[in-house]
Design a protein around this ligand. Structure first.
Ligand SMILES: [Zn+2]
Length: 186
């Protein structure tokens, strides 16, 4: 009598990943979709879950801190643009208009860079702002103290932004480390 039983092909047997429900082959150690240690011990699995919660917190912290730094830099970019408009149309100083518009544009480029490199971007904005003011004061010493209160407010704001960006950068760096460690374990 012929046996009708046939072994199922190994590729048709799947085990759902406990983390993302991706159907995986049962001999896998890690889910190819989410890196969950499907073939690992319970301890590895719980460590993975703890790591996901921690990663989410790191991302949340980084996003909030980057947002704070960006708002401060947007305010500076806006003020710079308004200053250009005032110089250009209020004082007929069109070179002032152009210079301030270029500066505002540079700030916007650095703000866009802040999502990936918050610390370097905010520090660059700070250095650019201070350099421009020092250069201005060198060529036109009288300008050093004009709007000094606003300048101090901007510098204090930027320092706050740098601190915030540094904290965001620390979170991003820790995330990178976790990612690298996960890839190494696989
Ligand atoms: Zn998965």
């Amino acid at each position: 009598m012929e046996s009708t039983f046939t072994w199922p092909e190994s590729s048709t047997i799947t085990v759902k990943c406990e983390n993302c429900t991706n159907p995986n082959s049962p001999d896998l150690k890690f889910c190819p979709n989410c890196s969950f240690p499907v073939g690992g011990a319970d301890e590895e699995k719980s460590q993975f879950r703890i790591r996901i919660i921690r990663n989410k917190q790191l991302i949340k912290v980084a996003k909030e801190k980057i947002q704070t730094a960006k708002i401060i830099m947007y305010v500076l970019a806006g003020l710079t643009f308004l200053m250009g408009v005032y110089q250009g149309f209020g004082q007929d100083d069109f070179s002032g208009l152009i210079i301030n518009c270029i500066l505002a544009l540079l700030y916007l480029i650095m703000i866009a860079w802040a999502d990936k490199n918050p610390f370097a971007a905010t520090l660059s904005v700070f250095i650019l702002y201070v350099t421009v003011n020092l250069a201005n004061a060198f060529f036109y010493p009288a300008t050093l103290f004009s709007g000094i209160i606003l300048k101090i407010i901007v510098i204090v704001g930027l320092i706050k932004g740098i601190k915030s960006a540094k904290e965001a950068q620390d979170s991003l760096n820790e995330l990178e480390k976790v990612k690298a460690a996960t890839n190494r374990d696989r």
